[in-house]
Design a protein around this ligand. Structure first.
Ligand code: SIN
Ligand code: CO
Length: 375
């Protein structure tokens, strides 16, 4: 497995969310987890989100996948990008494991790209943190400072920005890592046909949180308490200041109660933005789980599935892909193990499977297609 070759604590304390940085040989002896051919194959699938960006002089044109072939793009000046490759390709899933020093709920997806010489997506700004890891090949990257950057060609619809003065101007080679926090403009161009790996991190905005919380309330018939007041009108057309405060208090009372916000947060943070590679099978029964364990199998979680537990949760439960699973007797240690481990090893399973509640949970996970037995 590719291992990180930098001081993680220093990175988290001093760099993360603060400033862009190039970490030369951030992964030593880098091995590409996926080949360009495999990537091209993934982008032929309709469930997989992919696009090709074609360099057109000073502009960039996007073609959305799935693709039937790549010949039209020629030898140079294009880049294929595949979102959530970790959902569809096992070695790519394993590649993300080294970055779990940041919690799973923050992680969005692994985007893998193949760039032909002169390929790139153009100068742009992301509103998420990204690690861009250079695989085989070489790409030249420029990163500018935060600030006011004009949309390209003065087109407010453009996702691109005008050229900027770089504060980082470097060529990345296999195993080099470029980390960019939100808001810093960046642009990469390709010197030698390249594979690169972008791990993106989510940071919900107030808008998104409000929206998701509202959905959660509707789905669960919650938040129906109404405003009550005995206050005399301050003026015929006036909304009194204390009434304004009391109205907002209705919201903060709701969200500040752990019973309410924990269920909502667990639900919304465990949902995935990209499709998961699931094959549900209702016919699986607890007996089948027991025989797989007796046969010595490990159980593997599908790529990208979020299995979250909330610290100091008011209930004993796990949140898996937007659903909550409650437990009565299963210990918190077991729940923590389930949320930490992408692979449940056979020795552990043999030890724990006496717990019927755990067996039921695993059976449900298999039925939903979230867990499978590795061949
Ligand atoms: C790229 O690899 O050029 C796109 C990745 C990014 O800018 O986040
Ligand atoms: Co970017």
């Amino acid at each position: 497995m590719n291992q990180l070759n930098f001081d993680i604590n220093f990175f988290v304390d001093n760099i993360w969310q603060k400033k862009p940085i190039v970490i030369k040989k951030g992964i030593r002896n880098f091995n590409d987890p996926i080949s360009p051919e495999e990537l091209a194959g993934l982008a032929m699938e309709s469930d997989v989100a992919s696009r090709v960006v074609v360099t057109k002089g000073d502009d960039w044109e996007i073609v959305h996948g799935p693709f039937e072939d790549y010949e039209t793009f020629g030898e140079q000046g294009w880049q294929l990008l595949v979102q959530a490759a970790n959902h569809w390709h096992e070695a790519s899933t394993n590649f993300t494991e080294a970055f779990r020093f940041l919690p799973d709920w923050r992680f969005d997806d692994l985007m893998v790209s193949f760039a032909a010489v002169n390929g790139g997506v153009g100068p742009h700004i992301d509103n998420y943190d990204v690690f861009i890891i250079q695989g085989s090949g070489k790409r030249h990257w420029k990163v500018g400072n935060k600030g006011k950057h004009k949309p390209r060609h003065n087109d407010p619809q453009s996702a691109l920005v005008e050229d900027f003065t770089p504060i980082i101007d470097e060529t990345l080679e296999p195993g080099d890592i470029l980390y960019i926090p939100p808001g810093f403009p960046h642009s990469g161009t390709t010197l030698e046909n390249s594979m690169s790996y972008s791990l993106g991190y989510r940071a919900p905005s107030q808008q998104e949180l409000f929206n998701d919380l509202a959905d959660f309330l509707m789905d669960n018939e919650l938040g129906k308490q109404r405003y009550e007041s005995t206050i005399k009108a301050t003026g015929k057309g006036a909304v009194g200041r204390s009434e304004q405060v009391d109205l907002m208090q209705l919201i903060s009372d709701f969200v500040n109660t752990p019973e309410n916000h924990q269920a909502a947060l667990g639900t919304l943070l465990s949902k995935n933005r990209f499709e998961l590679d699931i094959s549900p099978d209702d016919s699986i029964e607890a007996e089948d789980i027991i025989s797989s364990i007796n046969d010595g199998c490990d159980f593997t979680r599908i790529g990208g599935l979020k299995v979250l537990c909330l610290e100091q949760d008011c209930q004993r439960r796990l949140f898996v892909d937007g659903e909550s699973y409650s437990f009565n007797q299963t210990s918190e240690e077991i729940l923590a193990y389930l949320s930490d481990h992408l692979v449940l090893e056979n020795d552990w399973l043999k030890e724990q499977v006496k717990d019927n509640e755990l067996l039921d949970f695993l059976t449900q996970m298999f039925q939903l297609g979230y867990v499978y037995v590795q061949e």
